[in-house]
Design a protein around this ligand. Structure first.
Ligand SMILES: C[S@@+](CC[C@H](N)C(=O)[O-])C[C@H]1O[C@@H](n2cnc3c(N)ncnc32)[C@H](O)[C@@H]1O
Length: 282
């Protein structure tokens, strides 16, 4: 009998949009260690070796590198173009204790017990088999090492403003497509149990929000979603071919995102869950 989780891990995980999308380059690149890894920073010390798994364009990674300096930080991602973008970002920021390489979280190219800390942000939520990835992160951590993870939980989405029902329908389509493609937008609440199953001890888990507190930040965020619905060919093809919406509806949703993002009464915040766990000292 074959092992179902490993079978699932053999399948190629696909990103619900695409690795090179505007969302990756604009939205992810605006993330920072101070905001997106705030829960993990108290566990980092100068001189630590750290792995950022699924690092994307590296904007969080370079902030983690500043904390770990002079420790060596490694960012890995399966997307070649985002790894290139991350390298450029580190050079532009003058951060020298960080390197980036193409690698999968399912098969990390590092020996057992390599890192003092491992971080992963909004990556396990896209995997068919997040447990297998957490087991790999556990393997490459040194005994006593610490893991920090933060992933979305779409059930906690807060939306209020003109056209909110249409925005909710659009988000529902996005989440259904995500579930069809790979992973789940509801992974956040499972982090404690996944980490425990992967072997982590003393797991601390809580929820927090991604916020868009100013009109400008909400406009920018909603424009990125409008662009996905209007221009992101992979997303449009998947959504239309699976019958979730037709192209006309997607264009209407894009208009709704833009209008919502520009209205002074609009409010949107995205729930995430964040967890910290330790590899037992032997
Ligand atoms: C939503 S982005 C998050 C990027 C970054 N951590 C951040 O929060 O800005 C997800 C990233 O996970 C990467 N990814 C997807 N599957 C992966 C895998 N099996 N191993 C490593 N990275 C993966 C994608 O290429 C993408 O860059």
């Amino acid at each position: 009998m074959s092992n179902p989780p490993n079978d699932r891990a053999q399948q190629k995980d696909e990103y619900a949009v695409s690795y090179d999308s505007l969302r990756t380059t604009e939205s992810h690149a605006s993330r920072t260690a101070e905001v997106n890894a705030a829960f993990f920073l108290p566990h980092l010390k100068s001189g630590m070796s750290l792995l950022d798994c699924g690092c994307g364009p590296g904007s969080i990674t370079v902030g983690l590198a500043a904390r770990a300096d002079p420790g060596q930080v490694t960012g890995v991602d399966v997307g070649e173009s985002v790894v290139e973008a991350a390298r450029r970002h580190a050079v532009e920021r003058g951060v020298t204790n960080v390197r980036f390489q193409v690698a999968s979280a399912y098969e990390l190219p590092f020996p057992d017990n390599s890192f003092d800390a491992v971080f992963t942000h909004n990556m396990p939520e896209h995997l068919q088999d997040p447990l297998k990835a957490f087991q790999e992160m556990h393997r490459v951590l040194k005994a006593g090492g610490v893991l920090g993870v933060r992933d979305i939980d779409g059930a906690g989405l807060l939306i209020s403003g003109p056209g909110e029902d249409q925005i909710r329908r659009a988000v529902e389509i996005m989440f259904k497509n995500w579930l069809n493609v790979s992973g789940t937008p509801y992974l956040g609440r499972q982090l404690r149990s996944l980490l425990r199953e992967a072997g982590f001890m003393r797991v601390f888990a809580q929820a927090s929000y991604d916020n868009y507190p100013t009109g400008e930040s909400l406009t920018r965020f909603m424009d990125i979603y409008a662009s996905t619905f209007e221009n992101e060919r992979t997303f449009i093809d998947r959504v239309t071919q699976s019958g979730l919406a037709d192209e006309g509806e997607l264009r209407e949703f894009a208009e709704a995102f833009r209008a919502f993002g520009r209205h002074p009464d609009s409010f949107l915040a995205n729930a995430h869950c964040e967890a910290v766990g330790w590899k037992e000292l032997v």
